[in-house]
Design a protein around this ligand. Structure first.
Ligand SMILES: NC(=O)C1=CN([C@@H]2O[C@H](COP(=O)(O)OP(=O)(O)OC[C@H]3O[C@@H](n4cnc5c(N)ncnc54)[C@H](O)[C@@H]3O)[C@@H](O)[C@H]2O)C=CC1
Ligand SMILES: O=C(O)[C@@H]1CCC=N1
Length: 259
């Protein structure tokens, strides 16, 4: 399958790392700023360097605000019967169709876990897509991690607010947790390792357990013990629930506003 990747920044580059492990795809990157591309990937700096009607997939990985300006130059590179795939947050199928016309269009919302093959993606295909478009793109995205099929476009925006932006929330929580570990006297490398390993262990325990998250939390919490003392602060006045709820709602509202 011949793929044109338009934009190879943080997210396009993370996904490309996984695709470069296989010979199944011939990938051309169009990005004036791309450097250090994996072996076997073709690079062009401008749309006029591309063959017309050549690619099975044109994958849009530029900022949503650039699509209307940039995509018209690249669209002719898609072959008849091919499909557009966009990972741009908040950029609707209708917006893309407004640029490229009636076409097979798939929106995928990946996340940064793709960098290490542990990404989470949602996929929504428009009515023009065939079952083969859907299965080909699902297989491509599955190389970067898990891929959830979505039945409505709104689900893409909701998933963006949870898992697309999610690594940003988690990195910030980890940063704050590491600082807290340093505040009780650990040096930074030790604090990082204590926090990272605690999170990995907790995630894996929850994944392998049938217990609810509340039950798991309670299993750590001795009456009048240390965890109870800590959780009384973390959960005071329902602030944590309110904060995380506001976080996800704000990201969802922004995905909607970008349309
Ligand atoms: N960063 C993330 O965690 C996620 C990003 N996304 C989406 O991915 C898209 C890209 O985001 P990032 O990779 O974070 O941004 P980025 O700024 O790292 O990458 C954008 C790339 O587009 C290139 N570019 C600019 N003008 C171009 C042109 N005319 N032709 C070709 N390439 C051009 C830039 O040189 C840059 O490498 C956005 O639409 C975003 O909504 C989706 C999910 C997660
Ligand atoms: O912040 C953004 O808009 C993009 C989409 C999801 C993660 N990064």
């Amino acid at each position: 399958m011949k793929i044109l990747l338009i934009g190879c920044g943080k997210m396009g580059g993370a996904m490309l790392r996984q695709w470069a492990h296989t010979d199944d795809y011939h990938i051309t990157v169009a990005d004036p700023a791309a450097t250090d591309l994996p072996d076997g990937v073709t690079h062009v700096s401008k749309a006029t360097d591309l063959p017309v009607g050549f690619f099975d997939v044109v994958l849009i990985a530029i900022k949503p605000q650039m699509i209307a300006d940039v995509l018209p130059d690249y669209a002719p590179a898609l072959k008849s019967g091919g499909c557009f795939v966009s990972i741009a947050a908040g950029c609707s199928v209708a917006t893309i169709a407004g640029v490229v016309g009636d076409a097979a269009i798939i929106r995928v919302m990946p996340n940064m876990g793709a960098m290490v093959g542990l990404g989470v993606s949602g996929l929504f295909a428009n009515q023009t897509c065939t079952q083969k478009h859907r299965s080909d793109i699902t297989a491509l995205i599955a190389l970067t991690g898990t891929c959830v099929q979505l039945a409505s476009e709104d689900e893409i925006d909701r998933l963006t607010a949870v898992s697309g932006s999610g690594p940003g929330y988690v990195f910030e929580i980890m940063r704050s947790y590491v600082e807290a570990a340093q505040s009780v006297g650990f040096d930074q490398p030790t604090a990082r390792s204590l926090v990272f390993d605690t999170i990995v262990g907790a995630v894996e325990t929850a994944r392998q357990s049938d217990a609810s998250l509340e039950e798991l939390r309670n299993s750590v919490t001795s009456k009048n013990g240390t965890t109870q003392a800590g959780l009384e602060q973390l959960m005071r006045s329902g602030q944590l629930d309110a904060l995380l709820n506001d976080t996800v709602q704000a990201a969802y509202a922004r995905a909607d506003a970008l349309k």
